[in-house]
Design a protein around this ligand. Structure first.
Ligand code: TEU
Ligand code: CA
Length: 531
């Protein structure tokens, strides 16, 4: 691999627009707010912004339920604001990718409203049936809801009816939407739950603890066909890329979606490493086991053609709270995780706030949560007679609101002057952009340093990956390119550890001020090994 594509040679930063920056003080982040922070992102070294949905939506699932794919939600601004964002970003050498949510629309989308009439030409845009099957939804409960005399399928909330990709008209609509945005100059799409869009049959599924029905719609041939069409008829006409959000895929399935000769997607977000601290589903957490985690990352590094490397997004808890120690070793562990995120092979994705070490929310009451999934699971737990403290603990560990608290710009928040849509974290006092910029030793400045190193470095960008050592605490791997070699050594625990073998070379970057003959708590370093 000699010449990288622009998306292989980029740092991607995910913005969750509701929580990033509020420009008009209504408590909701917006597009002008994003524009006002472009210089900050430039300074950080961001090349591409992935924008979570900003389309018109009733916000049942914060924009992942789209009412109009060609309009901007009034909370976020106007189409002019959006055009300005694309332009202002471009001036700074930053490209924008949009979230493409095509597995489902909102139930308030005109297509769905029309489809309620059995004789409408839109009937077949969705899955309407006389009787439901036994499939269950990603948000728990049946995947079917009754409307008038029929049932419609929704893999997510009942306000997110699934589109029917057996209908060629649906595919045409999607092409049209993609052209619309690409013509505006965006650089591609993050494709929401893209590997479940094509349902083979609507037969009953094998009973499973979660997601009964999965085998009928997961990574189907029909899905591959749809992706090949979108690639050929849309994506190939632009300088743009796609990153798929692909739930429950193996490395083999990932490759089947992204290998260049397949002509489907460019890269995918795997979930396997995010599942290493859970039993069966995300609500049942186990203690974080570095060995399992690192083995999984390592396997993806070795087996997948090109990785989208991430530790956080708008659905996941904060990485420093989950894989590090957000109290005693906040700085050390956040920087160690930065090293992991930015020294792997593939395209690194950073989620807003990760670069300053924002933590989980630690809400104490159900009233503080906003996310529909959290509310549903809390109610379901009650039905199942889980005690209240336990239900709150489940949310504290795994609620999506952990990632959705407003971005912490200053000691007082700096996100809005009014009441934010979701409570701010009181630790904004200590964890915020303003203070981080001034402190040369901050997490933010560590990210900047690391990004700068990566930008001018063929070993990190193009080098091969080999794991050298994985234990319950320590992860050592190397990146090799053109006879040159980096060794990355990470202690993923607070225990002080001996080196498993001697490591020689020049220190390139480390999260401790000096080097010692042991690995200190959450120590992470990168060493250039001489030829
Ligand atoms: O997420 C898909 C998905 O399967 C999950 O990660 C998920 O929503 C959840 O955490 C289940 O436990 C995507 C989006 O990222 C998510 O925000 C949306 O809610 C979902 O699709 C539906 O569009
Ligand atoms: Ca606003």
């Amino acid at each position: 691999m000699s010449n990288l594509k622009f998306w292989q040679d980029a740092i991607v930063y995910q913005i969750y627009p509701r929580s990033f920056m509020d420009s008009n003080n209504d408590g909701i982040g917006d597009i002008p707010g994003i524009i006002s922070k472009l210089d900050y992102l430039k300074e950080l070294g961001v090349d591409i912004i992935w924008l979570s949905p900003v389309y018109d939506s009733p916000n049942d699932d914060n924009g992942y339920d789209i009412r109009d794919y060609k309009a901007i939600h009034k909370d976020f601004g106007t189409m002019e604001d959006m055009d300005k964002l694309i332009l202002e970003a471009k001036k700074r050498g930053i490209r924008i990718i949009m979230d493409l949510v095509i597995n489902h629309t909102s139930d308030e989308h005109p297509w769905f409203i029309e489809s309620k009439n059995p004789d409408s030409p839109y009937r077949n845009y969705y899955y309407w049936r006389d009787k439901p099957n036994n499939w269950t939804s990603f948000f728990s409960g049946s995947a079917w809801t009754k409307e008038n005399d029929a049932y419609y399928l929704h893999l997510f909330s009942k306000k997110q009816p699934d589109l029917n990709f057996h209908n060629p008209k649906v595919l045409d609509e999607v092409k049209d939407i993609m052209h619309f945005w690409l013509k505006k100059g965006i650089a591609g799409f993050r494709c929401d739950v893209i590997n479940v869009i094509f349902k083979n049959t609507l037969d009953d599924g094998k009973k499973r603890l979660v997601l009964t029905g999965l085998e009928h719609y997961h990574s189907t041939e029909g899905c591959h066909r749809v992706l090949k069409t979108l690639r050929k008829e849309v994506m190939d006409h632009y300088e743009a890329f796609t990153v798929g959000e692909t739930v429950l895929v193996t490395t083999k399935q990932a490759n089947e979606l992204i290998l260049p000769e397949r002509e489907e997607l460019d890269m995918v977000f795997g979930f396997e490493h995010m599942e290493t601290d859970q039993i069966n589903n995300k609500w049942f957490k186990t203690k974080f086991k570095p060995k399992k985690f690192m083995r999984t990352i390592s396997r993806w590094q070795k087996e997948v053609y090109w990785n989208a490397n991430y530790l956080e997004n708008h659905d996941q808890p904060r990485s420093v709270s989950r894989f590090g120690d957000d109290k005693m070793y906040h700085k050390e562990s956040a920087k160690m995780l930065a090293l992991l995120n930015l020294t792997l092979k593939g395209t690194p994705y950073i989620y807003e706030g990760q670069e300053i070490g924002m933590t989980n929310a630690y809400f104490k009451s159900i009233d503080e949560y906003e996310d529909l999934e959290s509310k549903r699971i809390y109610a379901l737990g009650k039905k199942l007679l889980f005690p209240k403290w336990y239900r709150l603990k489940m949310l504290r560990n795994a609620s999506r609101d952990n990632a959705r608290q407003p971005m912490q710009w200053t000691k007082t928040g700096g996100f809005t002057l009014s009441t934010p849509w979701l409570k701010e974290n009181p630790n904004k006092q200590d964890i915020n952009v303003f203070d981080s910029r001034k402190d040369p030793d901050s997490i933010l400045n560590f990210y900047k340093k690391l990004i700068k190193i990566r930008k001018n470095d063929d070993i990190l960008k193009k080098g091969s990956f080999n794991d050298l050592y994985i234990s319950n605490a320590i992860f050592i791997y190397e990146r090799v390119y053109d006879g040159e070699r980096y060794m990355i050594v990470l202690n993923m625990s607070k225990k002080i550890k001996r080196y498993p073998f001697e490591v020689y070379g020049d220190l390139v970057i480390s999260n401790y001020p000096d080097r010692a003959n042991v690995l200190r708590s959450y120590e992470g370093l990168m060493i250039k090994v001489s030829k």
